[in-house]
Structures are given as C-alpha cells and as structure tokens.
Design a protein around this ligand. Structure first.
Ligand SMILES: C[S@@+](CC[C@H](N)C(=O)[O-])C[C@H]1O[C@@H](n2cnc3c(N)ncnc32)[C@H](O)[C@@H]1O
Length: 105
C-alpha cells in the first residue's frame, strides 16, 4: 500500500500498527514541535520490538551546534529518541547519519 499525502495528516488517519517506521523528513519539518508530533504519531503505532528509524540524523555535523531550524529539529529528534523511556537507540554514521531506535518489549 502506498499513500501519497502529507505525512502528519496521513499518520493521523492510520489505525494500523507497524513493525517499522522510517522518517525521511527530518530535513523538512517546519519546527521542533512538528518534528516531535511526527515521532509521537509513529510511536503510537509501534509495538515492542518494532524499529523507529530516521535519515539525516547528523545533518552533515550541524547537530553538534545547531544554528538553523532544520538542524535544531534534528537535534531535538535525536535528544527525544535518546531520552525516551520506550526506546533504545543509536545513530549509525553512514552518509548523513541513520538513527535507529528499537521499541522496548
Ligand atoms: C528531504 S527528502 C529526503 C532526503 C534524503 N533523506 C536524503 O538525505 O537524500 C524527503 C521527501 O519528502 C517530501 N516531503 C516533504 N514534506 C513532506 C510531508 N509533510 N509529507 C510527506 N512528504 C513530504 C519531499 O518532497 C522530499 O521529496
């Protein structure tokens, strides 16, 4: 099934549960709040053992000292995922960084 629509609006309409969620939008969310909302919508649809992943987790190193909105969004995503009690996570330094988090059982 392929749904072509705004990610936030689309997620809100999905009642299904998933084994994995891949966020390829860290570079384009308008704010940290929208980024957080997207993560929470994903988490609500993931059971224990599922994976939450996101590309561009390093933003070419900008996350170390975020000075623009997109870098702030990504830094905020990384912080949220690292601190979330339901998740154990790592950022794999492939290309622009791949964040992989496993939902605890
Ligand atoms: C930013 S690109 C991913 C880049 C990729 N991670 C890389 O490093 O090459 C993500 C795509 O999502 C689309 N997109 C942007 N905002 C969106 C939204 N709110 N919902 C769904 N797709 C969106 C953009 O058009 C773009 O083609």
């Amino acid at each position: 099934m392929v749904l072509e629509q705004d990610a936030i609006a689309g997620l809100q309409k999905l009642d299904e549960r998933f084994d994995a969620c891949f966020i390829d939008l860290l570079n384009v969310f308008p704010s940290e709040d929208v980024t957080r909302h997207a993560v929470e919508l994903c988490l609500e649809r993931l059971e224990g053992g599922a994976l939450l992943m996101a590309d561009n987790a390093l933003r070419q190193g900008e996350v170390v000292k975020p000075s623009n909105q997109q870098a702030k969004n990504v830094a905020s995503y990384n912080e949220f995922v690292a601190r979330h009690p339901r998740l154990e996570s790592v950022v794999i330094p492939i290309r622009d960084g791949l964040s992989v988090a496993r939902v605890k059982d």
